[in-house]
Design a protein around this ligand. Structure first.
Ligand SMILES: Nc1ncnc2c1ncn2[C@@H]1O[C@H](COP(=O)(O)OP(=O)(O)OP(=O)(O)O)[C@@H](O)[C@H]1O
Ligand SMILES: O=P(O)(O)OC[C@H]1O[C@](O)(CO)[C@@H](O)[C@@H]1O
Ligand SMILES: [Mg+2]
Length: 631
């Protein structure tokens, strides 16, 4: 037979597979280009067609699984590029098959000219299970202007596999040209084996499973792709920081700038000053490698930040007017909600603009991601305050050191700082209600602990006990410019209550020192481990935008960076699960009572099970996050 077979696949977004029988080659030979693309073929019928074609042939040759052939063909919209295209080592469908060995040069692997080896091959191929095609369920609706608006992209696969995918520019701009990723020629990166992420790689949200567990929810793996949807010279990127401060903000800014510049040669990067309102109320500043070179050594954000001021129309007008086509938005849950509506508006207007969220919260209260930047730094810095409280309390009879830490709705900083320190006698967080008076109350516990040890340290998260304070003080419900409820100072209130209690016990005078290091902790630069984390986060964000993904937040899921749809990040806040093991560890380390009734604990367990979709009998934690204590 006088044929060559050429398989083309484009899997990134909407698979397009062509089976072409193209030019004649040597008599009796089949030149199989990029055998790994078989793994990209979704249609069972096409797979069977390809297999039959191979089996009916007499000889096999393995060619390098070079992108060059498939990319050149599949991307006929790709601008001509004279540069060498780097090979991507896709994991071949038949990686264990000796007939399809990897090789850097065209290489004859094995002749199957006799019938026994042909049969052998046949049996090998028939043993390969062809996966059932995945069924995409992209929620697509039309905008008022008749433009497609992607709502949710969910792909259901075998064995309960679910991919919660993120939007791509081609979802609403299908004819975009592509460009080879400049990283393939980068002296540092081009040597990395399998540097590009396989477009099909996904990251599992749940890693603790048992044999009958469904495979569960997955997110698209972050990282560089072979094809870029932006040409470096055409990129005008902008960066904005919103919400409260957090250690590491400057590191993320720096690494987005350096990542864009160093990896992709992007030179036009604008800083939006003062949060969302800076888009329409301020001039932009130019960010260069030089201007950001040592900002990671400083706390805060060089761009400034703010709460409130999110005006979607004005923001997107500004994006459009300034010719911005990549928007990097760094902020917490409120900021990500704002980024989501900016993305929707960008999409409604049909703009080629990638909208990328970078999650920031010192409180570590963002869902799905295992940890947010600045959290490690905050826990580390909190040790200084706890140490001071311990030294003060130890040096006086009935000394009490009270430390308030941040944590508006989630007590992660307080929990981790307490666990790290081991000097803390009691930790109070918003998720675990407590009461002061009477049997089993906080005041009774303080009295007991002072009698036993002569001193004690209490750590309280700022959001703890807010209901109690509100009842006590009949305070007004006041909100900040973003609509967040302004908290009452639990530290001052608790100090007052403890003092009042012991005034009624003249035989037991106390010495209470209240330390509020909250803003001192928030304003410091990030520590070494957060710096590395911020770098990876920024680079993942840049790779995602350059690859044309949009409308996503980037973050680590089970140790791998992933692109997560905005709605998964914003639908609810991450909380300490008080029925989880980490909180049990804390209770055992401080030896404090839980201050909760059994009924409350049972109700919390039920809520948690209903939320996670697991039953006690299954004993499987669906919470992937280490910070929630699933270890
Ligand atoms: N639902 C929303 N829709 C659009 N914009 C929002 C929304 N919620 C908040 N924002 C905007 O996001 C920005 C930051 O929000 P917010 O002040 O709540 O901080 P955050 O991002 O949650 O960070 P943190 O709470 O960790 O300090 C503000 O400019 C606010 O106007
Ligand atoms: O006083 P600000 O700047 O509004 O921020 C306070 C809040 O910000 C946070 O640090 C979250 O960013 C919370 O812990 C805290 O309640
Ligand atoms: Mg917030």
């Amino acid at each position: 037979m006088d044929l060559s077979i050429h398989l083309l696949a484009r899997k990134d977004h909407g698979l397009r597979t062509n089976l072409e029988l193209v030019r004649p080659t040597c008599q009796g030979l089949i030149v199989l280009c990029g055998i790994s693309v078989l793994g990209h073929v979704e249609s069972k019928a096409q797979k069977v067609e390809i297999f039959s074609f191979l089996l009916s042939s007499s000889r096999f040759f393995s060619f390098p699984k070079s992108q060059s052939n498939s990319q050149k063909k599949s991307s006929n919209k790709t601008k001509p590029n004279t540069k060498k295209i780097k090979t991507q080592n896709h994991t071949p469908l038949f990686s264990s098959n000796p007939y399809f060995k990897r090789s850097s040069t065209p290489q004859k692997v094995q002749s199957t000219s006799n019938s026994s080896s042909l049969l052998d091959l046949k049996s090998r191929l028939s043993a390969v299970k062809i996966p059932e095609p995945v069924k995409p369920r992209a929620g697509r609706r039309m905008s008022a202007e008749g433009k497609p608006v992607i709502t949710k992209k969910i792909v259901i696969g075998d064995a309960g596999y679910v991919l919660e995918d993120v939007p791509h520019l081609t979802d609403y701009l299908p004819d975009l040209p592509t460009y080879p990723n400049p990283l393939q020629d980068h002296p540092a990166y081009s040597v990395v084996k399998q540097y590009f992420v396989n477009t099909d790689d996904t990251v599992a949200q749940t890693i603790v499973v048992h044999k009958s567990s469904p495979r569960g929810v997955h997110f698209r793996r972050a990282g560089p792709r072979q094809k870029a949807y932006f040409e470096s010279d055409d990129v005008t990127a902008c960066i904005v920081t919103c919400g409260g401060l957090c250690p590491g903000l400057n590191t993320v800014i720096r690494e987005i700038v350096c990542g864009l510049y160093d990896m992709y040669g992007v030179k036009t990067i604008l800083g939006i000053e003062g949060g969302y309102r800076g888009f329409y109320a301020r001039n932009t500043i130019n960010l260069t490698r030089k201007t950001v070179s040592d900002i990671h050594k400083r706390g805060g954000t060089v761009l400034g930040t703010s709460r409130g001021g999110h005006d979607t129309t004005k923001i997107v007008d500004s994006i459009q007017d300034r010719g911005i086509n990549q928007v990097y938005i760094i902020g917490g849950d409120g900021t990500q909600k704002g980024a989501s509506v900016i993305f929707e508006e960008v999409q409604r207007r049909g703009l080629k603009v990638a909208v990328v969220g970078v999650p920031k919260t010192i409180d570590n209260d963002i869902e799905v991601i295992e940890k947010s930047f600045g959290f490690d730094t905050a826990v580390e810095e909190a040790q200084r305050a706890i140490n001071a409280a311990h030294v003060e309390s130890e040096s006086q009879e009935n000394g009490i050191g009270l430390v308030k830490l941040m944590g508006r709705n989630s007590g992660f900083i307080a929990m981790y700082a307490t666990l790290a320190s081991r000097d803390v006698d009691c930790c109070l967080i918003p998720e675990s209600p407590f009461y002061l008076e009477g049997k089993g109350g906080l005041l009774e516990f303080i009295e007991k602990r002072l009698k036993e040890h002569g001193h004690m340290v209490i750590v309280v998260a700022e959001g703890a006990g807010q209901d109690l304070i509100a009842q006590d003080m009949r305070s007004m419900d006041v909100h900040d410019a973003s609509g967040n409820k302004l908290l009452l100072d639990v530290g001052l209130w608790l100090s007052q209550k403890i003092k009042e209690h012991f005034v009624r016990k003249p035989k037991m005078p106390i010495n209470l020192k209240y330390i509020d290091p909250t803003y001192m902790i928030r304003a410091i630069p990030s520590n070494a481990s957060d710096n590395v984390y911020c770098t990876l986060l920024a680079h993942s964000a840049v790779h995602g935008a350059m690859a044309g993904y949009t409308g996503f937040t980037v973050g680590p899921v089970n140790g791998r960076h992933a692109y997560i749809p905005f709605d998964r990040i914003t639908e609810k806040q991450k909380k300490v699960v008080i029925t989880d093991r980490m909180w049990a560890r804390l209770l055992s380390s401080t030896n404090q009572p839980s201050f909760m009734s059994n009924k409350y604990i049972e109700d919390s367990k039920k809520d948690n099970e209903a939320h996670n979709g697991t039953s006690k009998a299954e004993n499987v934690s669906t919470d992937a996050s280490l910070t929630n204590g699933s270890l």
